[in-house]
Ligand binder design. Structure first.
Ligand code: ASP
Length: 453
């Protein structure tokens, strides 16, 4: 090959974005799996050979990917949530604006999680596999599902579950969150511990600066390691998908389509029903005009799949198009880019319940509440970068006893869904900014009027 040819090839190779590579991995894995599934149905000898390849080649490669992610999940969640709460900690200093931000954030996150969980329970996108197929999948993937189903059986009282949110031994919970041996609530308890540390840090700002820097370092390093894992993702997705489709055939792909539909429907409902309602009721703005005004931020979010990368555009749009008070919208949008991620919260809830349906894992009421709480907290703890929610989903899956390998099914279509959920995240931040800013303006006007009256 001529030198320029080689250079062009390298340049072309470099230019293929990761999400396209993952999609190619999905297609190759699915097609190879379907062919293998067909071959296996024709001859028992090839069925054996295919199982051998799936168990000894495809699955180990998938596991390397998962382990790279899981190994940094605890430090990642701890540092991200603590730092996230520290940012929210400014809330106290900002008084009324802060409280309003917190209130609207809670309303927006809870409605989006409720919509997601409602839809996934109604549509049941993962439940169309036969019990025999579920059994097959679980046998292949679900060593840890049994462990935690066992755990769920010894279910605790509501009082103990709530008490266990406060970990007696946070380090033990951190270990337990990963290997499933936690005495309390595992990851949820770790999250509560992070919240408490975050609050305490905001109250002792002077002498804790070095600790904050360490946490920022831990966060950055964890994200870099997740970056290593993501480079492996195209191969892992191909391998894990091969392993699933060679067993399940076309059925599993239809299940996946229904899952995509469920997520998009949920995002649509939050975007075009909940947001307009809030805009009219709280911000007194016309929804159609609002969407027109913020369209630049919407397109940037859709294109970049990153709330952080869209923040400068959101700030500009809030000031120049929506004409919101800059001191309010700056605070709300900056905090919101990390803490108010409605699309992410909705997605995480849907994925976990969907995969539980796929693997036939029955979640107890308490486990479902755990999913809701973790999804809302995940909205605070997820980094506003492409694929930021993946590590958190893996840990929630482990917490409620759904095999984390199932994430492969979702990873293949994640980029498209990431673009859509990031769009919801960013629009949600702008809705939040509009509501807080407009209610704030009204309160400010009301005070002098009352004083005059
Ligand atoms: N990409 C999302 C964001 O930046 C985070 C995620 O859900 O993965 O808002």
């Amino acid at each position: 090959m001529s030198e320029s040819g080689a250079v062009t090839t390298i340049a072309t190779k470099r230019r293929i974005p990761l999400h396209t590579k993952i999609l190619i991995g999905l297609v190759i894995g699915a097609v190879a799996g379907l062919v293998a599934n067909f071959a296996a149905s024709k001859s028992p000898a090839s069925a054996e050979a295919i199982t051998f390849v799936a168990v000894n080649v495809a699955e180990p490669i998938g596991k390397v990917f998962l382990r790279l992610v899981i190994m940094v999940v605890v430090p990642l969640v701890f540092s991200a949530l603590t730092l996230g709460v520290m940012e929210l900690g400014d809330v106290r200093r900002l008084g009324r604006v802060g409280l309003r931000t917190l209130g609207f954030t809670l309303i927006l996150s809870l409605t989006s999680v409720a919509i997601g969980i409602g839809l996934v329970t109604l549509i049941k996108p993962g439940a169309s596999l036969s019990p025999a197929q579920q059994q097959q999948l679980s046998e292949r993937f679900a060593a840890q599902a049994d462990v935690s189903t066992g755990k769920a059986e010894k279910s605790k009282t509501v009082k103990d579950t709530l008490l266990d949110l406060l970990p007696e031994n946070p380090l033990q919970e951190m270990v337990g969150a990963v290997d499933g041996t936690s005495p309390g609530n595992g990851m949820l308890a770790v999250m509560v511990f992070s919240l408490i540390v975050g609050i305490a840090l905001t109250m002792t700002p002077d002498r804790t600066r070095p600790l904050v820097q360490v946490l920022e370092g831990v966060f950055d390093v964890s994200m870099t390691i997740i970056g290593f894992a993501m480079r492996l993702a195209p191969f892992a997705v191909a391998c894990l998908l091969f392993s699933v489709t060679s067993q399940m055939g076309l059925d599993i792909l239809l299940v996946l389509l229904r899952f995509v539909f469920t997520v998009l429907l949920g995002i649509g409902l939050q975007m075009f029903v909940v947001y307009p309602l809030l805009l009219v009721l709280a911000a007194r703005l016309k929804p159609v005009k609002f969407f027109r005004d913020v369209s630049e931020a919407i397109f940037t979010a859709f294109g970049t799949s990153s709330s952080n990368a869209t923040l400068p555009t959101s700030l500009r749009v809030a000031k120049e198009e929506l004409k919101l008070k800059p001191e309010v919208s700056q605070f709300v949008l900056t905090v919101g880019a990390t803490a108010n991620q409605n699309g992410t919260a909705l997605f995480e809830g849907v994925v976990v319940l969907f995969l539980a349906q796929v693997f036939g894992v029955e979640l107890t009421m308490m486990q479902q509440v755990t999913v809701v709480l973790m999804a809302v907290l995940a909205g605070v703890g997820t980094a506003g970068v492409p694929g930021g929610s993946i590590p958190l989903i893996i840990i929630v899956l482990k917490t409620v006893g759904v095999p984390p390998q199932g994430i492969a099914l979702v990873l293949g279509v994640d980029r498209l869904l990431d673009m859509c959920r990031t769009t919801l995240n960013v629009t949600g931040d702008l809705v939040l900014a509009a509501c807080v800013s407009r209610t704030e303006e009204r309160s400010e006007k009301a005070i002098p009027e009352r004083a005059l009256g």
